[in-house]
Design a protein around this ligand. Structure first.
Ligand code: ZN
Length: 339
């Protein structure tokens, strides 16, 4: 039987809120229930470099979800893995799976204008596919254009050629999914113009390298899963020595998010619902865990062994759950005998 391998992959940008904590707890319980391993990966590839690693680690420690080391490390940081990402991108470039792109946002909007101008997001129309013989040629083009326009030259992005055929997968909660990437996203940015590796690429490389076979995360990422599967497919054709043998695609579970009083997903703006804020206002971690466990359809218990035992996907509510002022008041309320 295959060992279940999961990961907790928080981004240290906006710090963890109650909604993030719920997804992390779910991913953790699912792996522990299956007797598998779960690794911690810090997704700190942020263009603005706004990283709060100590606060993130403090939040995780407070929440109390110990992870398994990976290759002797307590956790891995994407910001330390640039050499691996770059080597794989170089291989994909050689194979023509990725290509340099000099388009600006404005170029893409203009090229895509009509007949679907009012569509929600603009799929990249493939302007630079087959346009340049090399990255150096694309860079020379960008430098010349920048000089003509009297602005500083930018770098060139790299885009992955997406398949014409529909990408299909099955999500445990959302069922069978079909995505037509040429209409949905177009060719995907895998390296930004500033040279930084795109989230979409790094996630797949790391899941593959870590042997992750079960991905549990918020359902805001359901719509980009097809793009990640396109990255998997390109990497499979690469046969790179940098990656271990392919173990198969992960199973996907996209969890309904936690909504605030305004009916919107909890986010950075809900500062009072960040774990750090709860901790500082004296909310006991076990109170938060009890609420989270209940929201996952289980009976609250401080006994982690019985929680792990009780876990079942079938108990998980299929609809978003709500956490607002009233729920905050409930978990903040002091118990009898305490001031
Ligand atoms: Zn382009």
């Amino acid at each position: 039987m295959t060992t279940v391998v999961g990961r907790l992959a928080p981004s240290p940008t906006g710090l963890l809120h109650v909604g993030n904590a719920r997804s992390l707890l779910l991913a953790w319980l699912a792996v522990r229930h299956a007797g598998g391993r779960i690794h911690l990966r810090v997704e700190d590839l942020l263009p603005d470099g706004d990283v709060h690693l100590p606060a993130l680690l403090a939040d995780l420690a407070w929440l109390g979800l110990p992870c398994d080391p990976w290759q002797g490390q307590a956790f891995i940081r994407q910001s330390e893995r640039a050499a691996l990402y770059d080597a794989l991108l170089a291989g994909l470039l050689t194979r023509g799976e990725v290509y340099p792109c000099v388009c600006t946002r404005k170029d893409i909007d203009l090229a895509a204008r009509a007949p679907h101008a009012e569509d929600k997001a603009t799929a990249y129309p493939g302007t630079c596919r087959g346009r340049f013989g090399s990255e150096a040629e694309a860079l020379a083009f960008e430098r010349q254009r920048a000089a003509e326009e009297g602005r500083p030259a930018l770098g060139v992005a790299l885009r992955l050629v997406v398949p014409d055929a529909p990408v299909t997968f099955t999500d445990l909660l959302h069922g069978p999914q079909t995505v037509r990437l040429p209409d949905d996203s177009g060719d995907i940015v895998v390296r930004r113009k500033d040279g930084g590796v795109a989230y979409m690429f790094a996630v797949v490389v790391d899941d593959w390298a870590m042997g992750v076979n079960q991905v549990v995360r918020g359902d805001d990422l359901l719509e980009v899963t097809g793009q990640q599967l396109a990255v998997y497919a390109a990497l499979q054709r690469l046969s790179a020595s940098e990656l271990p043998a392919f173990q198969g695609l992960p199973s996907y579970v996209h969890v309904p998010l936690v909504l605030g009083d305004d009916g919107r997903r909890l986010a950075k703006r809900n500062a009072s619902l960040h774990l750090g804020a709860l901790r500082e206002t004296g909310v006991p971690a076990q109170r938060l865990r009890a609420w989270l466990v209940t929201s996952l359809g289980m009976s609250p218990s401080e006994d982690f062994a019985s929680l792990i035992d009780d876990f079942a996907w079938s108990r998980l509510p299929r609809t978003p759950v709500h956490f607002g002022v009233e729920q905050l008041r409930q978990i903040s309320r002091t118990t009898g005998g305490r001031p």
